[in-house]
Write a protein of this length. Structure first.
Ligand SMILES: [Ca+2]
Ligand SMILES: [Ca+2]
Ligand SMILES: [Ca+2]
Length: 183
């Protein structure tokens, strides 16, 4: 069984969605957009304004003065970015930056309890998100009424979960290989 699982993992490499750069693949400059990488399509949607990236990171560009246009913040109202995929994935990690003392980012997988992120850097999550389920990233204010002045998304990593049918085929192949090895 261990052999089967490790083989299954090795054929599903992690897909790294890097968010940096004006004009990068995730710089949609529209309320939502999709991008396919490594056979995994991601869809991002902003609750208000546009999904926007700059050299500093990815966030939401909201109409009005004073918004951090490439960050998720609460300056002009709570910004929420939703993330979904067209296949079942394990959401391995999320890298964020610019977390000040007044900033936090809540991550909720498919409506589940929020995981509050309060520091910049790489956060290992390892949560399964089925095709079409939504990861909700919400700018929150741990020290309200001080606004969250912006959290930037740098990168996220997902690994596609094998289809049950392909896993079954793989299992059969592994069993066959084991049987062949017997004297
Ligand atoms: Ca841009
Ligand atoms: Ca913003
Ligand atoms: Ca900040």
């Amino acid at each position: 069984m261990v052999l089967i699982l490790s083989t299954a993992v090795s054929v599903n490499a992690a897909v790294v969605f890097s968010c940096l750069g004006n004009g990068s693949a995730l710089d949609f400059e529209a309320s939502s957009g999709s991008h396919t990488l490594g056979g995994v399509q991601v869809t991002l949607e902003a609750n208000e304004g546009d999904v926007n990236a700059s050299l500093e990171g990815l966030g939401i560009n909201r109409v009005g003065g004073g918004d951090e246009s490439a960050a998720i913040d609460t300056k002009l109202g709570v910004e929420i970015l939703t993330v979904s995929f067209d296949v079942d994935v394990v959401f391995d990690s999320l890298t964020i930056s610019d977390l000040g003392v007044d900033d936090a980012l809540d991550a909720s997988f498919n409506g589940g309890a929020a995981i509050q992120l309060t520091s910049s850097g790489l956060h290992h999550l390892g949560v399964t998100l089925l095709a079409g389920e939504v990861l909700t990233l919400t700018a929150t204010e741990p020290h309200a009424p001080n606004p969250n002045n912006g959290v930037r998304i740098k990168e996220f990593v997902v690994t596609a979960v094998p289809e049950p049918s392909s896993l079954a085929l793989l299992s059969i192949a592994c069993i066959a290989a084991l049987l062949r090895r017997r004297p």
